[in-house]
Design a protein around this ligand. Sequence first.
Ligand SMILES: [Zn+2]
Length: 94
Amino acid sequence: MKSIKIGGNMYRVYMTKDENLGDAAADCDNQKHIIRIGRGAKPEAVRHFLLHEILHALNWEWEEKEIEMLAVMIEQVLVDNPHVTQLFLKNEDK
Ligand SMILES: [Zn+2]
């Protein structure tokens, strides 16, 4: 996966063996700017885990419960409203 820019920092994102993550399905290293996601995750889960870890990267002090709630809610709005999601994409035809 490509690197992603979060809060001005470039994070490397990659899939790793599930056993490397211990009990977690994904993790975020805010010092090294690395997000890892377990290889066993299905595509919809990868999307969710990525959003979850992006939120951790944005603010490491947010509680786990808040992060997960936000990830679920933001994902739902984006999935339910592709026309809104589209607003965030570059449109070369304009
Ligand atoms: Zn988390």
